[in-house]
Design a protein around this ligand. Structure first.
Ligand code: ZN
Ligand code: ZN
Length: 420
């Protein structure tokens, strides 16, 4: 029979990598809670319309990368390609905007994009998503970048840069689109077919093109940053002031535009040269009109997503202080019967006790204990049972003790020994 395998671009996560994932989640949860964020879990599957309406139908995600299918009821459904859309839907559906002035939410879980799998890129990948609704103060923009700075610091990520830009409001974007269209019109013969189409529908998308010629043309184009309106300019200046207040270093990258339609004002990416060509591992920005466009009240939003797979590559795992570990070696069925009371006593105390299910010879059990790096091994056979004792071997000091066999008394003696 043919062996069953994961789908292309999907994979199992286990061993060291899942430990790193959990560590990243733990550190992120800690700072989210310190800064007043509440965790939310949203569905993995939503109506396709949600993503088309929020992300924008001319984006690469919606045009090419969604896992979309028709279910048995005839509805078009999509596996979430990102979390913001679903969180906005929840914010509206659960009426959070009516209950609290500002909502601060975060969400951890898998996302799905039907991209061409390549090194470090998967069709199922994991994100930590952080969003704030109801406030457009640039202090929020800075506060979240500071949170990222704290998280990366604690994870031991050293070489990274926070690149920021402003993509303005619809007002300054209208002004800029005209500037941009007239620039690209003069370079039309150098653009790819996709970009010629983008020139009509959404010229800002040309900046996302991966075509070498288009990149070259884009790089010489005017910057939106230089055409910001007064309000957007002030917002950006305040952001910089707050970042300085928080002690967060940043790089202004006028070329940075996020590949989603909904962003306004602040956009940013956190990049590392250690990640190769695709340098960004955290990205986000402000979306002041999305909630309203999705049929909600006028509530500005701001947020970012951490790519967990990519951050895991940069995370330095510290060796945690090790708890002593115990192993129970037994000879014969009478001794084996002590596994149950021993386990109940040890696990209840929060201590880990390993043992062999098969028993076999004492020698092979000792070898097994060694392979598990057990610090202490209990040894029990008929002879010890007869004397109401159990032998405890300290594997580090290579010495042995005789302790009372009764598990609760035994535990007291063990505790005395390890605090000595
Ligand atoms: Zn503006
Ligand atoms: Zn192009």
């Amino acid at each position: 029979m043919e062996k069953l395998k994961t789908l292309r671009g999907f994979r199992d996560i286990f061993g060291d990598e899942i430990n790193t994932f959990q560590h990243i989640e733990h550190v992120t949860r800690k700072y989210c809670k310190l800064l007043g964020f509440a965790e939310i879990a949203i569905p993995v599957l939503e109506k396709t319309e949600l993503f088309v309406r929020s992300i924008g139908d001319t984006t690469d995600i919606v045009e090419k990368e969604m896992f979309t299918f028709i279910d048995k009821g005839g509805d078009s459904l999509t596996l979430r390609p990102e979390a913001t859309a679903g969180i906005v839907r929840a914010y509206l559906q659960e009426g959070m905007y009516a209950k609290e002035r500002v909502s601060k939410l975060f969400c951890i879980g898998p996302m799905f994009r039907h991209e061409k799998p390549q090194k470090g890129r998967f069709r199922e990948f994991h994100q930590i998503d952080v969003e704030v609704f109801g406030i457009d103060d640039p202090l929020v923009d800075a506060e979240l970048m500071w949170m990222i700075f704290l998280i990366l610091n604690e994870l031991g990520v050293d070489s990274y840069g926070i690149e920021i830009n402003s993509v303005g409001c619809p007002g300054c974007r209208e002004t800029f689109k005209k500037v941009l269209v007239s620039y690209f019109e003069t370079k039309k013969n150098e653009l790819c077919e996709d970009c010629i189409r983008r020139l009509q529908r959404n010229p800002l998308r040309i900046f996302d093109c991966k075509n070498a010629k288009c990149i070259e043309v884009s790089q010489k184009s005017p910057f939106l940053f230089d055409y910001l309106c007064v309000t957007c300019n002030e917002h950006f200046d305040m952001l910089l002031k707050h970042l300085e207040g928080f002690g967060v270093a940043y790089i202004i990258n006028k070329r940075l535009v996020r590949g989603l339609d909904y962003y306004t004002k602040t956009v940013f990416e956190v990049t590392s040269d250690k990640l190769g060509a695709q340098k960004a591992f955290i990205a986000g920005g402000r979306y002041d009109n999305l909630v309203e466009e999705m049929g909600g009240p006028s509530a500005p939003g701001y947020g970012f997503a951490i790519g967990v797979e990519r951050l895991a590559l940069l995370t330095k795992m510290k060796e945690l202080p090790k708890q002593p570990s115990y192993f129970f070696a037994y000879v014969g069925d009478r001794a084996k019967a002590y596994i149950v009371p021993m386990l109940r006593t040890f696990v209840k105390e929060g201590l880990s006790l390993s043992y062999s299910y098969e028993g076999k010879s004492l020698k092979s059990q000792m070898r097994y204990a060694d392979s598990l790096h057990a610090d202490f091994v209990f040894i029990l056979g008929d002879e010890e049972i007869g004397k109401h004792i159990i032998v405890l071997r300290d594997m580090r000091k290579k010495i042995q003790f005789e302790l009372p066999l009764e598990p609760s008394k035994l535990l007291q003696e063990v505790k005395k020994l390890i605090t000595q």
